[in-house]
Design a protein around this ligand. Sequence first.
Ligand SMILES: CC(C)(COP(=O)(O)OP(=O)(O)OC[C@H]1O[C@@H](n2cnc3c(N)ncnc32)[C@H](O)[C@@H]1OP(=O)(O)O)[C@@H](O)C(=O)NCCC(=O)NCCS
Length: 176
Amino acid sequence: MNIKSCNDTKTTMTELVLPNDTNVLGNLFGGRLMQWMDIVGAICASKHAEAQTVTASVDNISFDSPIKLGDVVTLEAQVSRAWNSSMEVYIEVHTNRITGQEKVKSNHAYITFVAIDIETGKPLPVAKIKPETKEEIQRYESANRRKEIRLILGKRLKPKDAKEVIDFFAEFAEEE
Ligand SMILES: CC(C)(COP(=O)(O)OP(=O)(O)OC[C@H]1O[C@@H](n2cnc3c(N)ncnc32)[C@H](O)[C@@H]1OP(=O)(O)O)[C@@H](O)C(=O)NCCC(=O)NCCS
C-alpha cells in the first residue's frame, strides 16, 4: 500500500452563513458548523482511503468566538495520521466577512474516520501518512496518544494498556 503526504489529502470547503444556519442572536449554530466539519473531514478521509468512510469519533470542539450571519467560513481538512483502517483528520476553521476582511481562526477539531468496504460493511486497510512540515510532524507524533484516549473513552482500551498516554504523563511527573 502506498504512502501519501498530508498535503495530498488537503480538502477545502467554503460556506456562506445564511439565515437558516443561525440562532436568534444571528450567530452560526454550533451544530451546523459541526456538520460542515464532519462533511469536509469525510471527503478528506474518503479521498485518502479511496473508499467510503464512516465517522468513528469526534474529539472535543470549543467555540471561542461567534461566527455571524453573512460571514464566509472556510474549512480546511487534512489527514494527520492513518493506522490500519482508521484515519485522524485535522480540521481548521477560518472566518471572514464577505467584504474581504482578514481571515480569523474560529476553531479546530480532530475527527476519526474508518474506511469501510461497502460490500461487506467491514473496515478496509488504508494508505499510511508521511508528515512533512513542522506542524504536520507534531500532529503525527501526538496522534497515537489521542487515539488511545478515544479508545479508552469508547471502552475499547483499558487505561492500563494506554502506553503512549502513560509514558506522556510519566515524563511530566519526572519534570516536577
Ligand atoms: C467505527 C466502526 C466502523 C468500527 O468498527 P469495528 O467493527 O468495531 O471495527 P474494529 O474494532 O476493527 O475497528 C476499526 C478501526 O476503528 C477504530 N475505532 C473504533 N472505534 C473508535 C473510536 N471510538 N474512536 C477512534 N477510533 C475507533 C479502531 O481503532 C480501528 O482502527 P485501526 O483499524 O486503524 O486500528 C463501527 O463501530 C461503526 O460502524 N460505527 C458507526 C459509524 C457511524 O455510523 N458513524 C456515523 C454516526 S451517525
